[in-house]
Design a protein around this ligand. Sequence first.
Ligand SMILES: [Zn+2]
Length: 109
Amino acid sequence: MPPTAAKKKKLKVPASVRKRFEDYIDKKNRKCWTWKGSRTEDGYGQFWLNEGKVVKAHRFAYEIFVRELGPRERLKNICKDKNCMNPECWQPFTIGEPIAMTRVRRKKS
Ligand SMILES: [Zn+2]
């Protein structure tokens, strides 16, 4: 676990939002929780947080059930189901520096 991870806390959302979110999760299968809401074109569950904002459902689930994720943290799916909402099936990892930071200036030849 990276040192910064321990400091982070669960994402706080209004109870009404949380309930609306959890209504889309099917926990009948205890190991994997299936997303019943809409999906993005690439097959990930999506959730309308409020009128103007859509979030990736698995990421949102991880943030409210486990802890908030930094802007460079991504989640790797372990159970091979992109629509599984069980945070235990997702493993956080940090991506590299943004491209703009490592860009090398081109010289004219
Ligand atoms: Zn799963």
